[in-house]
Design a protein around this ligand. Structure first.
Ligand SMILES: Nc1ncnc2c1ncn2[C@@H]1O[C@H](COP(=O)(O)OP(=O)(O)O)[C@@H](O)[C@H]1O
Ligand SMILES: [Mg+2]
Length: 340
């Protein structure tokens, strides 16, 4: 049960925006002078509480990775604020920024490119300690690396740490990436599609490990995925993104069991259910063929089965107000005129 009153806020985004100016081919842009604006993140607000997992879901190109980079302060927002433990860190520099970076770590999608192939596992995991704990001795650092490897269940730690990434499987590499993120005992880990490039057979193990680390070290996660099937296993809250905006958010169970936004419904249709009888049915996905983004109104207008005239105006995220309101639906927000 989501009970935000008793939970401590750890990270909050307020109206974050990031627009990219792109030219479709340099030559044509020079000729026509046409530059288009991609609203990668377009006014996103969310609140992550201590020990919770906030799932960000949406199809490829919806702005998830850009949001992750904004939350990490890897890129600067055009607008909006990032609040960490109650302090606005949007413009912080030097020591304050370093302290923030120590506390908010990242795990990338591709464990094959995110680990430096020229470095031993020991040095890969030790690197953040060397940056943030300059006064520690080599021996202390090594002990922390071994402990982190044990925490992610890569054993025997001493032996394994002298290997290079190429000798590890995809799942083991992702465990190394988690150990590296974990070694400084951060408050938050942002995991950008951490299992999507792994074989289905090893995905569950990594998710189970993430859940275990969350409980043992009270880490909060922002868990980014284009695949809803893993969300219910790991998530507490979820935000569904479409074209840079959140179209629906709430407790994971509420949103996935009672989806309101037509886009969320279409995403759920697309998740295959592990029920053999479903294999015989023709799957119907509630979505229209159409241009991806309608600008100036609801982004989903062209693809929505229920588009109405008023959808040419921009909807905003509203709390679902129902007479028979359950506690869990109090935090259920949707951006759609069907519920006005
Ligand atoms: N550095 C960049 N320059 C230009 N466009 C970008 C840049 N990064 C992302 N985009 C665009 O922003 C949109 C969102 O991208 P991204 O955040 O990577 O989405 P997702 O992670 O959900 O697939 C896409 O249209 C992408 O092409
Ligand atoms: Mg991405």
């Amino acid at each position: 049960m989501l009970n935000s009153i008793f939970l401590q806020e750890i990270l909050r985004a307020e109206n974050l925006k990031k627009y990219f100016r792109t030219s479709k081919g340099l030559v044509s842009a020079m000729r026509t002078g046409s530059v288009s604006l991609v609203k990668a993140v377009d006014g996103i607000s969310l609140r992550l509480d201590e020990g919770q997992v906030y799932v960000i879901a949406g199809e490829s190109g919806s702005g998830k990775s850009t949001l992750a980079r904004l939350l990490l302060r890897a890129i600067e927002p055009d607008e909006g604020r990032i609040i960490f433990k109650g302090i606005d860190i949007t413009k912080k520099k030097d020591a304050d920024l370093k302290e923030f970076r120590r506390n908010v770590q990242m795990v990338h999608q591709d464990a094959y490119t995110s680990l430096d192939p020229r470095m031993k596992i020991l040095d890969i995991i030790m690197e953040p300690i060397s940056i943030h704990e300059k006064r520690s001795s080599r021996g202390e650092r090594q002990e922390k690396v071994y402990k982190a490897l044990e925490d992610v269940k890569l054993e025997p730690a001493v032996e394994l740490s002298s290997n290079y990434p190429y000798s590890l499987s995809g799942g083991q590499r992702q465990r190394v990436a988690l150990a590296r993120a974990l070694v400084l005992r951060p408050a938050v880990i942002i995991a950008d599609e951490p299992v999507s490039m792994l074989d289905v057979s090893v995905r569950a193990g990594i998710l189970e490990l993430m859940k275990d680390l969350k409980n043992r070290f009270r880490i909060s996660y922002v868990y980014i995925t284009h695949d809803l099937s893993t969300s219910r296993y790991i998530g507490d809250k979820i935000a569904i993104m479409y074209a840079g905006k959140v179209v629906e958010m709430g407790a994971v169970d509420t949103v996935l069991l009672d989806p309101l936004h037509p886009y969320t419904q279409a995403l759920i249709d697309a998740v295959s259910e592990p029920n053999p009888t479903n294999l015989l049915k023709t799957r119907s996905i509630r979505i229209r063929e159409g241009e991806k983004i309608f600008s100036g109104g609801c982004n989903f207008y062209f693809r929505c089965l229920y588009s109405m005239d008023k959808c040419k105006k921009e909807p905003c995220l509203r709390n679902r107000r129902k007479a028979d309101q359950f506690e869990s639906s109090r935090d259920h927000f949707v951006s759609c005129f069907l519920y006005d």
